[in-house]
Design a protein around this ligand. Structure first.
Ligand code: AMP
Ligand code: MG
Length: 415
């Protein structure tokens, strides 16, 4: 098979997967899930014209000549219904959120009045009709679609769901994900340290990448480079919606992952992508009552994480019903020159800082695909197109943001 472009590989993945079925969750458990149903307003909100301020409900016409003294005929608190309509020369004391009395068309803030006695108040400003009144239905009208299927449930969305009293709602199911590491050289996290071994980091880095998407994966452990042992592990892994296997997907004589998963009925869709790091990436599907997807990720710790970012994360998000599948990209200026051998799209791990002109990207250091610290220190992945031969300091580059980059050290805006 040829070396695929990243976008072609992604297309093959998206063609092979579909959004999962739906389930009902309680509002309290729904954060970051994706709505699988439209949500409707079940009343007008506010249900009537209400005051936006603590003050006095007036008719704006009465305030044409100032100052003017009005008679206070009633106190209307939030939750009260007004009982007296206003006549000329009258007003009602009103609190934020309380319904406007009949005959009033504006609210004067208490700060803009002089209270003369318990039942008279002097108005010292005039206002237009509608001033500081929240009209009936300003937020929503009964029957409106307030949230569409496909919306991600953010804290703001939770507030709206509570507003329309949706205590439960249909959301897309999250896929079950299993993670398997392969290699005779690997040492499990709880094994006594042996200096000749390589600690298994992929299991945990991948676990965290999956968790960051809101899914709790199952860790299958480490399979030796032995066809029978690998087959037993892979068989278990194929019981999940998605199986992530790291290592053993390349062309080494002990790389048994691809032949073994094919033996188990997985049809391989591709296994090489023109990218660096992350070249020997394999993807396959086993069709059954519910399909199992297999991602054969490269063993190199950085490659495995970068392939997760580019292929697995968008696939998992798609299965969960998300419409925005890809990491946000920003434009940055390069802090230093970068050399590159053209041919494969490169992902350089960078740190981002910001000045008045925007983001500045600088390399996290050694970009070997075995040096996981380059990933651990990264705010983002700078994308070097395959035809690029290098970039000078100051060049404009595209950076995919990684987790955590939605936050910064200081507020960084002019108040
Ligand atoms: P492979 O793809 O199996 O040829 O592995 C490539 C490199 O990645 C080798 O140096 C492995 O030791 C390393 N590697 C493979 N799996 C893991 C893992 N789970 N954790 C850390 N390093 C790994
Ligand atoms: Mg290996």
């Amino acid at each position: 098979m040829e070396h695929l472009k990243i976008s072609s590989a992604q297309r093959i993945i998206f063609e092979a997967i579909s959004t999962l079925d739906t389930e009902q969750v309680a509002l309290e458990q729904s954060l970051w899930r994706v709505l699988a149903e439209d949500i409707y307003a079940n009343r007008d909100l506010p249900p009537y014209d209400v005051s936006a301020m603590d003050g006095f409900a007036v008719h704006s016409r009465d305030l044409a000549t100032l100052p003017v003294t009005l008679q206070i005929i009633e106190d209307i608190k939030a939750g009260d219904m007004p009982t007296l309509p206003l006549k000329t020369g009258q007003c009602s004391r009103i609190m934020t959120g309380a319904p406007m009395p009949q005959g009033a068309d504006a609210v004067i803030r208490v700060e803009d009045t002089l209270e003369l006695s318990a039942d008279t108040v002097q108005m010292i400003v005039s206002v237009k009709s509608g001033h500081d009144v929240r009209p009936k239905g300003e937020q929503m009208h009964n029957g409106d679609v307030v949230l569409k299927a496909g919306a991600e449930i953010t804290p703001g969305v939770i507030g709206i769901l509570a507003t329309v009293k949706a205590a439960k709602m249909q959301v897309y199911r999250r896929p079950s994900v299993a993670i398997l590491s392969t290699g005779n050289e690997l040492e499990a996290i709880n094994a006594p340290p042996n200096p000749d071994k390589i600690p298994d980091s992929n299991t945990y880095a991948l676990m965290a990448q999956v968790q960051a998407l809101g899914i709790e994966p199952v860790l299958l452990g480490i399979a030796r480079d032995d066809p029978a042992e690998l087959e037993a592990f892979l068989k278990t892994g194929l019981e999940y919606d998605v199986l992530l296997v790291s290592g053993g997907t390349s062309v080494g004589v002990h790389d048994y992952v691809r032949p073994t998963i094919e033996k188990l009925g997985v049809s391989m869709k591709f296994w090489r992508v023109a990218m660096k790091p992350g070249h020997p990436l394999a993807f396959g599907v086993r069709h059954a009552a519910s399909d199992a997807l297999v991602f054969g990720l490269p063993g190199n710790p950085v490659s495995s994480m970068v392939c997760f970012e580019e292929f697995v994360a968008p696939a998992l998000r798609c299965m969960m019903g998300h419409q925005r599948l890809f990491r946000r990209t920003v434009t940055a200026r390069l802090a230093h020159a970068v050399k590159m051998r053209p041919g494969r799209t490169e992902f350089i791990r960078v740190q981002l800082t910001q000045d008045e002109t925007g983001f500045i990207a600088s390399s996290t250091g050694t970009q070997s695909s075995g040096v996981l610290l380059s990933m651990a220190r990264a705010d983002g992945l700078m994308v070097m197109p395959a035809d690029c031969t290098g970039l000078a300091a100051g060049s404009q580059v595209t950076v995919q943001l990684l987790d955590g980059t939605a936050f910064q050290n200081d507020i960084n805006f002019r108040e």
